[in-house]
Write a protein that binds this ligand. Structure first.
Ligand code: MOS
Length: 703
């Protein structure tokens, strides 16, 4: 693959651009999946398991079937078979085995959602329970080493970390814990599925129409060309809508028994705690060895995470420590405890979010131990080359982020003594933490550019460009960003770009995930624009067309590529009640060229808000007896609100990285959350003298 031969000149990129679909969204006319007009539509309501492990011995659907408006009730006894082994498709009515609480045991199709729900409540299921385990016990005899992580090796050892720790002048050892957390997108997962003969048409709330199509093709034994997946607007995904979960397969399966009719299934808020993934709990043992000057000599970061017997996803929390700081000796390991719960999945900054809580808390503890300023300690351990790969960095401006943040935050005036500032009954303190996130490019997106309108026949008016790519708009601003990139790549104003996304009709595409959407789709669009201009110049005729798939990055094996950031926060803890507030948060980022400052600010801010939320509130509480999350709604699963925080400031440094991609983008969807919880815990320690090593940080820690 080649790269762009023309320089990418940012004209539209880098300027604030409102969302093209903004007016529709504000008016409530942007169609989300569940609002897709159906054909003779039916509503699906499931019956779910109330035990964590066992077998269905009998199901009685007669009362449900007798209800007016019920069209079908499917169970494992009569549901259509999928293409794979029954147990490979757990939870979609393929066998009597129960693998987790909440698993689908039956599905009702009815003419209204109310009827479907009532009918589901009339289905009776007999089950035999089997022994199970749901809650993470790091000493479980079943703990295992996974084959690999999505981001590299399970374990990675350099040098002799134990000897280096034994020889170190100063050693910090601590264990940090993060809880199970559930994504809570505003829009719950939703599917509208219809079969037209052997062709399946699915509207889906997804981060990747292509991935959904692949998963459905595998489940039903179809060619991908027999399936179309459409997703025009998505109300948040955060990783939970990246993979395809049983709800989607179940809806398509149920639609099979009513050919030609649309089957609609939107999860209830409670159901989003069952089957669509979560961030697994972690136990993280960290050890840092250093000399008296604060130079790290050893880093070990050993992680045990919650796993599932039905689907492996390993939270790569220790991977964060592979690239942050220079140290001769280092060990990072990951272990998993298999449990009888649903499968975990990606959640915003998988690995980095919990991993940075441990790593960046430990750096703060070490700084205190050494009597070195925590900003200075990080600067002293800045690596010259990437500690993980040994490659030079394409650009690394962590120090610049720390310095700029310190300046803006007023860090220089900080008195390092903990528990020294009591103001009106509140202990105040400040904290810092660093952040990083890799630059990811997913291969295999396809883009098509076609000249449309204007010049056909009479030659009047400027030509427009239809730019087609199956990208996902999940609220992050893909439509605006890709419109600007296409305009610059074609060297035309944005008004002449007609961007079409969210449909597998436009080919394969990588996900809105891994902070890689803009990079992967953008590089593909730039490549297609290059080809278009090579073929037709800048004065094309109506119908002229060129396409491209994602080019490889020719620098990928020459440079290590990451975005960086620094968080500075102020925390106030009430002296009597232990209530915790965050009066100030500042995030400074170096993440390549920022395509759209308007939506970019929102992404950083959104990440930081989630970091605040994880620091103070978020925790899914499992009931070990039944294997379900007890606080399964937004009344019980607390998230941060305005009352938690005062000023939230976002800043980014201009960074011109010629190696990442033609646009110079690094990805910004996830880095905002990385390090926030550590910065808050560090500030809480500075405020109170109490070190909290377990999230969320709740008031009882200070009493
Ligand atoms: Mo994100 S967790 O890469 O969807």
């Amino acid at each position: 693959m080649t790269t762009a031969s023309r320089p990418f000149v940012p004209r539209a990129t880098g300027r604030p651009m409102t969302r093209p679909e903004g007016p529709q969204k504000v008016r409530g006319t942007a169609p989300y999946t569940v609002e897709t007009p159906g054909t003779d539509a039916l509503y699906l309501s499931p019956v779910q398991a109330g035990v964590a492990r066992g077998r269905v011995t009998a199901i009685d659907t007669s009362a449900a079937e007798a209800l007016d408006g019920v069209v079908a009730v499917l169970t494992h006894e009569d549901a259509p078979r999928l293409a794979r082994e029954a147990d490979a498709d757990h939870g979609v009515l393929q066998s009597a085995t129960i693998h987790q609480h909440g698993q689908y045991l039956a599905a009702v199709l009815a003419t209204s959602s109310e009827t479907a729900r009532e009918a589901a409540s009339l289905v009776t299921v007999d089950v035999v329970e089997e022994p199970h385990a749901a809650v993470l016990d790091e000493d479980s005899p079943e703990v295992y080493a996974p084959a690999a992580l999505v981001v590299g090796a399970t374990d990675d050892t350099r040098g002799d970390p134990e000897t280096a720790l034994a020889d170190a002048e100063v050693v910090l050892r601590a264990t940090y814990r993060t809880p199970m957390e559930h994504h809570q997108a505003m829009e719950p997962h939703a599917t509208v599925a219809r079969w037209e003969g052997e062709r399946l048409v699915v509207h889906e709330a997804t981060q990747a129409v292509s991935w959904t199509r692949q998963a459905l093709a595998a489940a039903f034994g179809l060619e991908e060309s027999s399936i179309e997946v459409i997703s025009q607007h998505v109300g948040g995904g955060f990783g939970s809508k990246g993979g395809t979960h049983p709800n989607t397969v179940l809806t398509a399966l149920a639609a099979r028994v009513v050919p030609g009719r649309s089957v609609r299934y939107a999860l209830t808020r409670q159901q989003t705690f069952d089957l669509v993934g979560y961030r697994p709990a972690t136990v993280q043992h960290v050890a840092l060895g250093a000399d008296r000057d604060g130079r790290l000599t050893a880093i070990t970061h050993d992680v045990v995470t919650q796993g599932s017997r039905i689907g492996e996803f390993v939270e790569p929390a220790a991977a964060f420590s592979r690239g942050m700081y220079a140290a001769e000796a280092r060990r990072t390991t990951h272990r998993v405890v298999p449990l009888d719960i649903g499968a975990p999945t990606f959640m915003r900054a998988p690995g980095e979010a919990p991993g940075s809580f441990a790593g960046e808390s430990a750096m703060d503890e070490l700084a205190i131990e050494l009597g070195i300023d925590p900003v200075e300690l990080r600067v002293r351990n800045e690596p010259e080359v990437d500690p993980e790969t040994g490659l030079p960095f394409s650009s690394r401006n962590l120090v610049a982020c720390l310095r700029r943040g310190a300046e803006r935050f007023g860090w220089a005036e900080r008195d390092p003594a903990p528990r020294a500032r009591l103001v009106d009954g509140w202990w105040h303190g400040t904290g810092v933490a660093a952040a990083s996130f890799p630059v990811v490019r997913f291969p295999g997106s396809e883009a098509t550019i076609r000249a449309v309108g204007g010049r056909d026949g009479d030659g009047d008016g400027p030509v427009g460009y239809a730019v087609e790519i199956a990208a996902a708009e999940i609220g992050q601003g893909a439509r605006a960003a890709l419109t600007a990139i296409a305009a610059d790549a074609l060297d035309v104003p944005v008004e002449r770009i007609d961007l079409r996304i969210g449909d597998t009709a436009f080919g394969a595409a990588g996900p809105a995930g891994g902070s890689a959407g803009t990079t992967s789709w953008g590089a593909t669009i730039v490549e297609a624009a290059e080809r278009f201009r090579d073929k037709y110049g800048d004065d094309p005729d109506d119908g002229d067309e060129a396409d491209a798939s994602t080019p490889d990055n020719p620098w990928a094996s020459d440079y290590a590529m990451h975005a960086y950031g620094a968080h500075f926060v102020e925390v106030a803890v009430h002296a009597d009640t232990g209530e915790i507030r965050v009066p100030r948060m500042l995030g400074v980022f170096a993440a390549g060229r920022i395509v759209n400052p308007l939506t970019a600010r929102s992404q950083f801010l959104g990440g930081m808000t989630w970091g605040l939320s994880a620091a103070l509130h978020e925790e899914s509480v499992l009931d070990d007896r039944f294997g379900h999350v007890v606080n399964r709604d937004l009344a019980g699963y607390h998230v941060a609100t305005n009352a938690d925080v005062g000023a939230v400031e976002v800043e980014w440094l201009d960074e011109n990285d010629p190696y990442v991609n033609p646009m110079g983008t690094k990805g910004i969807g996830e880095i905002g959350i990385v390090g926030v919880a550590a910065a808050i815990a560090n500030a809480a320690h500075h405020a109170t003298g109490v070190r909290v090593r377990s999230l969320p940080i709740t008031l009882d820690a200070f009493l």
